[in-house]
Every structure is written in C-alpha cells, then in structure tokens.
Design a protein around this ligand. Structure first.
Ligand code: SF4
Ligand code: SF4
Ligand code: SF4
Length: 250
C-alpha cells in the first residue's frame, strides 16, 4: 500500500480540522486505502519536526518563516507526490496576507517572517487542492486519483461558470462586488447561491483577465477600491500584482 503523510506549516489548521472532523469512522476506510504514516491530529507518532519517507505528502499552510521553508524542503525530499492542501498552500492565501502584516509588527521580533508565497514558489508541487478550507470530499477524491497513479487536472473554470449553470442572478448586476470572475471554481458557488458575494477563497483562477474584470466593474459602477481591498485576503501573490497595477488609481 502507498504511504501517505499529512503535514502543516504555518496555518489556522482549518483544512486539517475540516478533514479530521469529517473523517470520523472513515478513518478505518482510509486505513484500508493507504498506510497513514503521519497525519497531524490523527496519527502523530513522530515529533512535529520529524519527516517520514512517503509516496504522497499533503501540506497545509504557507511557508512564512525559515523554519517552514526548511520543513517544506525536507518533506519534498521525502515524498514522490506533493500536494498543496488548501488555498494557503496553493497561493499563499491567508498565510500571505497575514505574513505581510506580521512583518510590520514592531515587537517582539521572535520570528523573522518572509512573505507566505505559494509552496510552488519554493519547491515543485504536483497538485494544488484549493479551498479555504479544503472539503473532505475533494480531499478523498484527490487521494483516490493519486492512489490510481493519476495526478488530477487543475480546475480550469471560474466560480461564475458554476453560478451561471445554477441560474443564480448575478450579484454584480445589483452593484455588489463579487470575485467570482477571477476565482477558481470547483466549490459549486455556494456563496452567490445564498446571495453572498464570492470572496475568492479558492484563490485566483488559472487564467484571469483582471483588466477586463476591472472594466466590467467600472461599467457597473462598482468601486475599484472595494475590489482591491477584497482581493488581499485570498489571492496571494496575484493580489500584489493587481494592487501594484491598480492600487494607485482609485
Ligand atoms: S486554506 Fe484556509 S482553512 Fe486552510 S489553512 Fe489556510 S486559512 Fe486555514
Ligand atoms: S454572482 Fe458572482 S460568481 Fe455569480 S455570476 Fe455574478 S460575478 Fe459570477
Ligand atoms: S463562492 Fe467563492 S468564497 Fe464561496 S466557497 Fe466558492 S470560492 Fe469560496
């Protein structure tokens, strides 16, 4: 059986908790599929610092300090397939947002923070499983494919596509800022379904035409400032790019 490990870097552990809470009696089902060598909060037979050789490693969280970077590289050296678990690991996400602000803390400087970039900016990542948090079903679906030797294809559509398929009236038409056009789909658009705008928790879509998005907002009379503020939280490195381009013009 394939050996699997699930680790955390700096994170809120929300992805892990979401999976662990849903695991429940499915722990036995998981144990029939793979040898779980390390699974934070489920099977911690090694110290948090110890990295075990496995076939598949999942990593939650962003690398926001040198300790994280060292651990990430050690995990990469000890696995065949590496999966970024969640939006923080995939895009920097909240980890990126938080680390940018943590750098501004005056005292105490116990840890030297770096910007929480995507894991893929430091090591090779085989697959990015988005979500804040990742859902149990997507985690199991990904694991099942990997067990069969299949690396899942990245989701190549936006939240808007799922929203339109469900026939949900567009919030932008009511002047409500929504990040659906620039956010990776796969969630089924639960937020717009209940009248809440997409906040981009799955991070940027594979292909985003931000210029076009900005023009569309302007046509609908939506403040660019509100959008620039909202992209900061989940869009990681992309937010920096977009802010640098548009941040000075509102
Ligand atoms: S992706 Fe969201 S839930 Fe997962 S670790 Fe990051 S902030 Fe927490
Ligand atoms: S409500 Fe949001 S996600 Fe839905 S179509 Fe409009 S912009 Fe896209
Ligand atoms: S609609 Fe947007 S904010 Fe809501 S779950 Fe999907 S990606 Fe996240």
């Amino acid at each position: 059986m394939l050996k699997v490990a699930v680790y955390s870097l700096t994170s809120c552990q929300g992805c892990l908790m979401n999976i662990v809470m849903a695991l429940g009696s499915a722990v036995e089902r998981l144990a029939k599929l793979v040898d779980v060598e390390y699974f934070k909060l489920v099977k911690e037979i090694y110290s948090d610092e110890e990295i075990v050789p496995v076939n598949i490693a999942f990593i939650e969280g962003a690398a926001v300090c040198e300790k994280d970077v060292k651990k990430l590289k050690a995990i990469r050296d000890n696995c065949r397939i590496l999966v970024a678990l969640g939006t923080c690991a995939s895009t920097g996400g909240v980890g990126y947002y938080g680390s940018r602000r943590a750098k501004d803390f005056k005292e105490p400087k116990i840890v030297r923070y770096i910007e929480g970039e995507p894991l893929s900016s430091i090591v090779y990542v085989d697959y990015e499983l988005r979500g804040c948090p990742v859902t149990f079903s997507e985690f199991m679906e990904t694991l099942s494919k990997l067990i069969k030797g299949i690396i899942p294809r990245p989701i190549d559509y936006h939240v808007c596509m799922e929203c339109k398929e469900k026939g949900i009236p567009c919030l932008l038409d009511r002047g409500i800022p929504c990040l659906g056009p620039i956010t990776m789909g796969g969630c089924g658009a639960p937020c717009p379904s209940i009248g809440i705008p997409c906040y981009g928790c799955r991070g940027p879509a594979l292909e985003t035409d931000f210029d076009n998005y900005v023009n569309m907002l302007r046509e609908k009379g939506i403040s660019l400032q509100r959008i620039i503020e909202s992209i900061e939280v989940f869009m990681g490195r992309k937010a920096r790019e977009w802010r640098e381009k548009y941040g000075n013009i509102y």
